[in-house]
Ligand binder design. Structure first.
Ligand code: TMP
Length: 219
C-alpha cells in the first residue's frame, strides 16, 4: 500500500506552531513533495462552519466533542483521505490529540468515549480501508502554559478556548504530555520555548529522521 504522509501539529494555544507549519511545507516542496495545508477544526466548508460554532458559541463538553468529531469526519472524507490516496503530504494544524487534550484533559471528558469515537470517525477512510487512519507523525509543540499565556496576551480577540484560565491550559498541557507518553513513536516533542530558528531545526530534524525530506517516495 503506497500512500502519502499525514503529519499533524499540536500544542496549547500560544505554542507558536503556525509559522513552523509553513516552513515545513516549503522544505517538503523543495524535496519534491506535493503538500496540502489544512487545519482542524476546519478544512472543508462544512467543517469550517462547525469551527465557527465550536470557537464562539457557548456549549457543554459533549457538544464540543460531537462538533469536533463531526468536523473531523467530513475533513477526513473530503480532504485528508483523498490527498493521502494521491500520495500527497498532508500537514494538518491540530487533529484528534487536540480533542484528547482540550475536551479530555481540559474539560474532563471521558477518555474511553473519546477513544471509541476516534476509532469510529477515523475508520473507513480511503486507502486505509478498515484500519483506523492516524497521523504518521505528530509534532507536539511543548511550551509552559505561563509562557504561552504571555505570548497570547498580545494576540487578537481571544476565542472560547484562548480565554480559558491558566489552570485549563495546565490540564491541556498535561493531556498532551500523557498522550505523548502513550504514543512515543508517533508523537515527537518539540521544545517550543527555544528560539525560533532552533524550533524550526527541531521540526525539520523530526521529519528528516523519518527519511521524509529526501527525494523519492516514502516506503
Ligand atoms: P487553533 O486556534 O490552533 O486553530 O485551534 C482552535 C481551537 O480549537 C484551539 O483552542 C483548540 C481547540 N480545539 C479543541 O478544543 N478540540 C479539537 O478537537 C480541536 C481540533 C481544536
Amino acid at each position: 500500500m503506497s500512500r502519502g504522509l499525514f503529519i499533524t501539529f499540536e500544542g496549547i494555544d500560544g505554542a507558536g506552531k503556525s509559522s513552523h507549519i509553513a516552513l515545513l511545507a516549503d522544505a517538503l516542496r523543495s524535496a519534491g513533495r506535493e503538500v496540502v495545508l489544512t487545519r482542524e477544526p476546519g478544512g472543508t466548508p462544512l467543517a469550517e462552519k462547525l469551527r465557527e460554532l465550536l470557537l464562539h458559541e457557548p456549549m457543554d463538553a459533549l457538544t464540543e466533542v460531537l462538533l469536533a468529531f463531526a468536523a473531523r469526519r467530513d475533513h477526513l472524507r473530503q480532504v485528508i483521505g483523498p490527498a493521502l490516496a494521491k500520495g500527497q503530504v498532508v500537514l494538518c494544524d491540530r487533529f484528534t490529540d487536540a480533542t484528547f487534550a482540550y475536551q479530555g484533559a481540559g474539560r474532563g471528558f471521558d477518555g474511553e468515549v473519546l477513544s471509541y469515537m476516534e476509532l469510529l470517525v477515523q475508520t473507513g477512510i480511503g486507502l486505509n480501508g478498515d484500519l483506523m487512519l492516524s497521523p504518521d507523525v505528530t509534532l507536539w509543540f511543548d511550551l509552559p502554559p505561563m509562557v504561552a499565556a504571555a505570548r497570547l496576551a498580545d494576540a487578537r480577540a481571544p476565542d472560547r478556548f484562548e480565554s480559558e484560565p491558566l489552570a485549563f491550559f495546565s490540564r491541556v498541557a498535561q493531556g498532551y504530555a500523557d498522550r505523548a507518553a502513550q504514543a512515543p513513536q508517533r508523537i515527537a516533542r518539540i521544545d517550543a520555548a527555544l528560539e525560533r530558528e532552533q524550533v524550526a531545526a527541531q521540526v525539520l530534524a523530526a521529519v528528516a529522521a523519518r527519511g521524509w525530506l529526501g527525494a523519492g517516495p516514502h516506503g
